[in-house]
Design a protein around this ligand. Structure first.
Ligand SMILES: NC(=O)c1ccc[n+]([C@@H]2O[C@H](COP(=O)([O-])OP(=O)(O)OC[C@H]3O[C@@H](n4cnc5c(N)ncnc54)[C@H](OP(=O)(O)O)[C@@H]3O)[C@@H](O)[C@H]2O)c1
Length: 270
């Protein structure tokens, strides 16, 4: 099956959702209808995700789980044991999607060293799909040269109406690589943006819902998070908003290409 037909496109981000409060937020998300949870080795929420899944009573097959390999685990012989530890913490036999969280900082590890281990993890059945995060076009091309076409099926990148990452998302679209938007509601910074406010008012929606509806209409997946049940539910209800072609065009025009996550050790962005 293609990831596009398998991964629920509105997922729940779990960065910051630690401890009992985090588990409650995840349970609220599952109750609201989210069936896709996004975690990472560095978030320290894999345990909470496992607990929430168990407490929810939902069947494993009903949930799409994504985790990401920390760049600390890219060394020869390290990636697969780290993914096995993640599976144990998550209390599952397989995750649906495993991503390389970032390109190796300062190119410390060669891409081939860690990508080959990810391919092997997939061959071992530890993960159904594999992908990357924060990869540029040049890095995606390098990855394809190593892995062969069609193996890397997802790129998780910063994307919201103020940071539309157009060059990279267009490239992913042409290559059939599913884009997942992180910071899809710009961490609450969308309030007051006049075009979004006007569209939101017309649809009796919030600007966050309009942002998520825009990302879904563009064919992307999005993984907003919140600590509050009411926002968790209202973000999920963005699926019901049908933007017009004109709304989408107007939102496309407000792109500021304003990147929030830009570590000094990150790649040279497109
Ligand atoms: N791959 C990567 O490198 C990477 C990087 C960053 C994030 N991520 C993933 O993407 C997920 C989402 O990104 P993010 O957490 O940085 O940003 P986000 O989802 O865009 O924003 C979350 C923030 O917005 C607030 N918020 C949520 N719903 C709201 C609403 N309806 N109205 C107003 N404010 C609202 C939340 O505060 P309250 O809790 O107070 O509601 C929270 O502070 C993360 O959880 C993580 O899974 C991945």
């Amino acid at each position: 099956m293609k990831i596009q037909d398998d991964m629920p496109r509105l997922g729940f981000g779990t960065y910051g959702r630690q401890g009992e409060d985090g588990i409650s937020a995840m349970l609220a998300a599952l109750q609201a209808g989210y069936r896709h949870l996004d975690t990472a080795q560095t978030y320290d929420t894999e345990g909470e995700v496992g607990t929430a899944l168990r407490r929810s009573g939902l069947a494993r097959g009903d949930i799409f789980l994504t985790t990401k390999i920390s760049t600390d685990n890219y060394g020869e012989g390290c990636l697969i044991p780290s993914l096995r530890r993640s599976l144990e913490t998550l209390q599952v036999d397989q995750v649906n999607l495993t991503l390389l969280h970032w390109p190796s900082p300062h190119g410390k590890q060669a891409l081939e060293t860690y990508l080959v281990q990810l391919l092997e993890a997939q061959d071992l059945g530890l993960t159904r799909y594999i992908g990357v995060s924060n990869f540029t076009i040049a890095l995606l091309e390098e990855a394809e040269a190593i892995a062969g076409p069609g193996r890397i099926v997802n790129n998780q990148i910063e994307l919201n109406p103020l940071m539309q990452n157009k060059k990279l998302s267009d490239y992913c679209g042409r290559k059939g690589i599913q884009v997942t938007c992180y910071q899809p509601i710009a961490q609450g910074r969308l309030a007051g943006q006049p075009v979004l406010e006007e569209i939101a008012q017309r649809h009796a929606a919030s600007v966050e819902q309009v942002a998520l509806a825009f990302e879904l209409a563009k064919g992307y997946a999005a993984i907003p998070t919140s600590s509050r049940a009411e926002r968790i539910r209202s973000n999920f209800a963005a699926r019901e908003i049908a933007l017009t072609a004109e709304d989408i065009e107007r939102i496309e025009a407000i792109d500021r290409n304003e990147r929030a996550i830009d570590p000094s050790w990150g790649p040279d962005w497109d």
